[in-house]
Design a protein. Structure first.
Ligand code: GLU
Length: 213
């Protein structure tokens, strides 16, 4: 499911047995400096726009008949021109979510995958341009629970309130990003017994900001 809540460029590349959709922001004001928060002293630098496409992350999702990791990396390479500081993928493999992430260039992620391959014919990928949380591996996308993996472009304005609420309910967070509230929130709704579509829809209603997922 790709959700757009901003003006996005949609890229669709279709081939035999594969449908790929990449979403990313076009000339939007998403990457404004972040507010320091939660003991994380890191603050995003001012965006350095290099032409129209500087400083924007990239999102890709693939459902295929065969393994998707190579295609995900290839898709992310096509989005490299936007600029990014880290990258990651998640695949669905035998009902389990596999996540591989790396700070820096896609070659670092490719090296991770060479050392620890991720199988699966369904996957998502992301090149991150950090707004909240330093450009580390722990803050790279996808952010995932055992049941939900999310890649996110943009900013969740009300993530502090949502994070506080989820921590109060016993959720443990593994990153400093605004993004991580999304899979944790969807995960809570799944725990409450909602089906995946309703869990996502209910979580979306709680999110404020400008973003694509
Ligand atoms: N705000 C998110 C983060 O800092 C997403 C940034 C992006 O659009 O790449 O991880």
């Amino acid at each position: 499911v790709a959700v757009e809540r901003q003006r996005c460029r949609r890229q669709v590349v279709a081939g035999p047995g594969v449908a790929e959709i990449g979403l990313g922001a076009v000339g939007d004001p998403l990457h404004r400096p972040a507010q320091p928060h939660g003991g994380d002293a890191w603050t995003a630098s001012e965006p350095s726009l290099e032409g129209e496409y500087g400083s924007m992350c990239g999102i890709i999702g693939i459902i295929a008949a065969g393994p998707v990791t190579t295609r995900l990396i290839e898709g992310l390479r096509r989005l490299e021109y936007r600029g990014y500081d880290s990258a990651g993928i998640a695949t669905l493999c035998d009902g389990r979510i596999e996540v591989r992430r790396a700070s820096g260039k896609l070659d670092n992620l490719a090296a991770r995958l060479a050392a620890a391959p991720a199988a699966g014919s369904i996957g998502i990928g992301h090149t991150r341009w950090a707004t909240h949380g330093a450009p580390t591996e722990a803050n790279a996308h996808p952010h995932a629970t055992s049941r939900v993996a999310v890649v996110h472009n943009g900013i969740i304005d009300n993530f502090r309130e949502l994070r506080a609420e989820l921590v109060e309910q016993g959720c443990a967070f593994a990153s400093q990003t605004d993004t991580e509230v999304i899979p944790r929130l969807i995960g809570r709704y799944l725990e409450f017994g909602l089906n995946p579509v309703d869990a996502v829809a209910t979580a979306l209603k709680r999110l404020e900001g400008t973003f694509a997922l």
